[in-house]
Design a protein around this ligand. Structure first.
Ligand code: ADP
Ligand code: MG
Length: 384
């Protein structure tokens, strides 16, 4: 009976997921910060959220120059699965994402990508306010981001599933991708200079010569994240704010076995803080060859990510999905294709000076979203 109920739950879950497609796009506009105010920066006066209740649209009025040189105002309207206004709290955002992260306990590879220019709120959304990640109890810390909240929830859900015979094992890995190379943020060296090779075997991904940490409690996860964060800061001081020009990837592998039903599952939750998406001209880099190489590498990996998601959305055969075009997509191959769920979380700055980058980000996300939007709508009518 138990087995039947469990398999029915899974079947329903699968059906709903199939209807909705496996890719979601959310966008979050951060509030104006004290730092913005100190710099005398101006907020965008022309940003609107047309359908408040559905919370799926964002509209920006911007001046555009025509070919003949006349300046006209143009309305840019974007629709995603969910838009968070600057007033949205970390809890509001997590509420919409909790269900997706839970599915790793059901055996779905799940990945969340935070995309946006430097300063748009990616790290704040994933990790939390600067002091939050060390927090032992994110439920009592309003600033805690998605990662600590997800970790807390996964552990408590796993605990409650014990009654149904489930036993879960967790292990974590923390990697950084810089100039298309993988660095281990948990390895022996303070600054990893090792060569790491990505291997895919029967749906499992391993990276050679990197540390995978068994995790018993949420507190152990937070310790691991702290260590990785410190490492990134060391690298950042050595290399002038490198963290915004590398991708950081937290992978939590979740293995479950059920002694009652004899079921088993094995999946990875990947939480990815992508490198800043800003174009080179805006990064103040001038002709610095290192910055140029960084920008090219970031550009290549972000467009590969979009290409892979598009190819998957068009149901192209596995051989036609260009995973190999970047280290990022190759590493996350098993978290993007097949039986996996993906969320693109677009971070946006509300500042007028960032308008052009914001529009670029919104267009990038639209491209990612375009292949799934039709199916995403179908569900709303079913669940309503
Ligand atoms: P990114 O990781 O995209 O470069 P950050 O997450 O570091 O950007 O955010 C830039 C600044 O804005 C940080 O000072 C951060 O604390 C602040 N910030 C971002 N999002 C929010 C938010 N939702 N509420 C309050 N402050 C935020
Ligand atoms: Mg950041």
């Amino acid at each position: 009976e138990l087995r039947e109920a469990e398999s029915l739950r899974r079947k329903l879950h699968n059906e709903v997921q199939e209807l909705r497609g496996n890719i979601r796009v959310f966008a979050r506009v951060r509030p104006t910060t004290q730092n913005d105010a100190n710099n005398g920066a101006e907020a965008l006066a022309t940003i609107r959220f047309p359908n408040e209740r559905e919370a799926t649209q964002i509209e920006i009025l911007a001046a555009g120059e025509s070919a003949t040189g006349t300046v006209t105002m143009k309305n840019h309207l974007f629709t995603f699965d969910r838009i968070f206004q600057p007033s949205a709290t970390q809890a509001d955002v997590f509420e919409e994402i909790a269900h997706l992260t839970q599915s790793v306990l059901d055996g779905y590879n799940t990945s969340i990508f935070a995309y946006g220019q430097t300063g748009s709120g990616k790290t704040h959304t994933l990790e939390g306010a600067p002091t939050s990640i060390t927090s032992a109890d994110p439920s009592s810390d309003d600033g805690a981001g998605l990662i600590p909240r997800a970790v807390q929830m996964l552990w408590s859900t796993a605990e409650s599933l014990k009654d149904k015979g489930w036993k879960y094992d967790f292990e974590g890995q923390m990697l950084e991708i810089y100039l298309d190379n993988i660095n281990d943020l948990l390895g022996k060296a303070e600054v990893d200079k090792g060569k790491h090779e990505i291997k895919h075997d029967k749906g499992r991904t391993t990276v050679s010569d990197t540390v995978v940490v068994p995790l018993e409690t949420p507190a152990e996860v937070f310790k691991l994240l702290e260590k990785a964060k410190r490492r990134r800061q060391v690298a950042a001081t050595l290399m002038n704010e490198r963290s915004s020009r590398s991708h950081s990837v937290f992978m939590l592998r979740v293995r479950g076995t059920n002694a009652t039903t004899m079921e088993a599952c094995d999946a990875v939750l990947s939480l990815v803080d992508l490198a800043g998406s800003e174009r080179l001209a805006n990064s103040g880099s001038g002709a610095d060859p290192v910055r140029l190489k960084e920008a090219q590498s970031i550009n290549k990996s972000l467009s590969s990510l979009s290409d892979v998601i598009s190819a998957l959305g068009q149901n192209k055969g596995a051989n036609h999905v260009p995973y190999r075009n970047s280290t990022l997509t190759w590493l996350l191959k098993n978290s993007l294709g097949g039986n996996s769920k993906t969320l693109m979380l677009l971070a946006l700055s509300p500042m007028a000076a960032h308008l052009n980058e914001s529009l670029c980000s919104l267009r990038f996300a639209t491209k990612v979203n375009s292949t799934t939007i039709g199916t995403a709508k179908a569900v709303k009518t079913i669940t309503a």
